[in-house]
Design a protein around this ligand. Structure first.
Ligand code: SF4
Length: 214
């Protein structure tokens, strides 16, 4: 784990991320808050591209909790059976739809506690939804952010909660909203797991990783 970088270095890193992509976006396709929650919940241990392939048709016919209930679990399974853990995920999506219809009038709640109480929605999913839909500076730490944060020293931590805290404590407030997507995209395409592309990395002079591939 790299040492925590200082404020000025982190500000420079995010200034560069901002210059290269001012409005970074997540890659999970969705048409409203409900389909975003479903897509994020389906993406656990699956790639965004794989989830998008499955949900493109699904969301055309089931883009609200009531329509998901009308579709039913068996038909839902047919749509998502290419995604890992699809049976369990289908069960949770149906249970979640039932709660949203019965307790929230078919709307998605915008508090972390309420989101996390939904079946199949953990802390990471709740944070992604709060960040992407309501633009809260919520930080969802996935495998890409965890790897990048620990290699670079932007937000090192021994577990995801520690990395989440490091992001909140150390990334300048004006960069917090987009920090999530900048770091995910950087981890997914540049600071990749096996052989990071350090020679092409726009922060290679600031990153603390000792085994850079230069
Ligand atoms: S220099 Fe290499 S290790 Fe550091 S952030 Fe860039 S790609 Fe990752």
């Amino acid at each position: 784990m790299a040492k925590q970088l200082d404020y000025h270095t982190i500000r420079e890193i995010f200034t560069r991320f901002h210059a290269s992509e001012p409005e970074p976006r997540g890659e999970l396709e969705h048409v409203n808050a409900y389909t975003l929650v479903v897509a994020v919940a389906l993406s656990a241990q699956a790639t965004d591209a794989g989830v998008n392939r499955a949900t493109r048709e699904l969301f055309k016919i089931a883009d609200t909790p009531q329509k998901m209930l009308d579709l039913g679990e068996e038909a839902l399974i047919e749509h998502i059976k290419t995604i890992g853990l699809f049976r369990n995920k289908a069960k949770n999506v149906i249970k979640m739809a039932r709660i949203l219809v019965d307790e929230y009038g078919g709307e998605v709640p915008n508090s972390r506690a309420a989101l996390q109480a939904l079946p199949g929605v953990g802390r990471k999913t709740a944070n992604v939804v709060l960040n992407m839909w309501w633009h809260y500076p919520a930080q969802a730490v996935d495998t890409h952010i965890f790897r990048f944060g620990n290699r670079s020293g932007v937000c090192p931590g021994k577990d995801v909660v520690a990395v989440e805290r490091a992001i909140e404590d150390n990334i300048p407030v004006d960069f917090q909203r987009h920090a999530h997507h900048w770091m995910i995209l950087h981890g997914r395409y540049t600071c990749v797991a096996r052989k990071p592309k350090c020679a092409a990395c726009l922060i290679r002079d600031l990153c603390q990783f000792e085994e850079k591939t230069l």
